[in-house]
Design a protein. Structure first.
Length: 319
């Protein structure tokens, strides 16, 4: 009996170690996928982008370490999920934000959204998006203080700038809206993660590596494009700005907060896109993607349950 018990314990330990290695490998893939967007943020917004990134990542990592110590649980900083959360949060912020505000968001993400529910894979909503929404509620002016890219080349002429979605909401003429190249390269006012091309490149990498389910961002982009066209808006602006590439590719695809069934993922992705467009149209562009994805995170268990439910005919046929 003792030998059997020892064997089971050893197998459990091996499975636990395998899960840890798998989680760390996935997080490393995400970090590598985010690298082009991080580099682009520094090129577009200067050294201050690194300061925001450092503040957010440090707050997340330190917050997770202290939370695990306080709860007397095994340290999980090594799985790199806290570093990923901090990077995603930073990329969703404007370069003008105070680093301490970014740090507040980082601590909230891990201490209030992630660790109380058990840590990686158990959080009900995406921690970085929840932190983004909190900061938007607490510091609305700081969270919407946008500047043009490369402002740091001439600091004496820093002026506030409108994002493409704000220009669209103001009813600007098509000539004032950024062209497709500017949207792809991030040559517009916006958050640090405004370079759509870098984010999409990272998404392709994650899809090839099978880290994310590509059906989620594809259905999200499809829903946004369809609604944007139906509403008579600018499809490129709606698709490639306002944090949609960052949210659809890197946040909506979080396996902990997305449905697990194929059909559920399609509905979830489309729901993220529909909700984001409705919020943009009737409320405003600020935080639209974050609110949409968090809302769908909360609905994910219900979507999965509905997707798994057999059709009435099949259910009766099975007895």
């Amino acid at each position: 009996m003792k030998m059997k018990t020892a064997g089971r314990t050893e197998k459990k330990g091996e499975r636990k170690m395998e899960r840890k290695r798998s989680a760390r490998t996935a997080m490393l893939d995400v970090i590598q996928a985010l690298a082009p967007a991080v580099v682009a943020s520094v090129l577009l917004f200067g050294p201050r982008a690194l300061l925001i990134l450092a503040a957010s990542v440090t707050a997340c990592v330190l917050g997770e370490y202290l939370c695990r110590r306080a709860m007397r649980r095994e340290n999980t900083v090594g799985d790199l999920s806290a570093a990923v959360t901090g990077t995603l949060l930073a990329l969703s912020l404007p370069v003008t934000i105070h680093p301490l505000i970014a740090a507040v968001g980082g601590v909230f993400a891990v201490a209030a959204v992630k660790q109380p529910f058990g840590g990686l894979g158990k959080n009900p909503v995406n921690p970085a998006l929840a932190a983004h929404i909190l900061l938007l509620l607490l510091f609305p002016a700081a969270m919407t203080a946008w500047v043009e890219p490369r402002y740091y080349l001439d600091p004496s002429h820093i002026t506030a700038a409108a994002t493409p979605l704000e220009l669209l909401r103001q009813g600007s003429a098509a000539g004032r809206l950024p062209n497709l190249t500017s949207l792809l390269l991030g040559n517009t006012a916006g958050c640090l993660g405004t370079c759509a091309a870098a984010l999409l490149l990272g998404g392709i990498y994650l899809a090839v590596r099978r880290v994310i389910a590509p059906v989620i961002p594809l259905c999200c982009f499809g829903a946004v494009a369809a609604l944007s066209f139906a509403m008579g808006r600018s499809v490129p602006v709606d698709l490639l700005s306002g944090g949609l590439p960052l949210g659809a590719v890197f946040m909506a695809t979080d396996p902990a907060t997305a449905p697990r069934t194929a059909g559920g993922r399609a509905v979830f992705g489309a729901g993220c896109g529909i909700a984001a467009m409705l919020i943009r149209r009737f409320v405003g562009p600020a935080g639209a993607v974050a609110c949409a994805v968090v809302l769908m995170n909360l609905l994910a268990p219900l979507i999965d349950r509905a997707a798994r439910r057999p059709a009435p005919g099949k259910e009766s046929a099975g007895g």
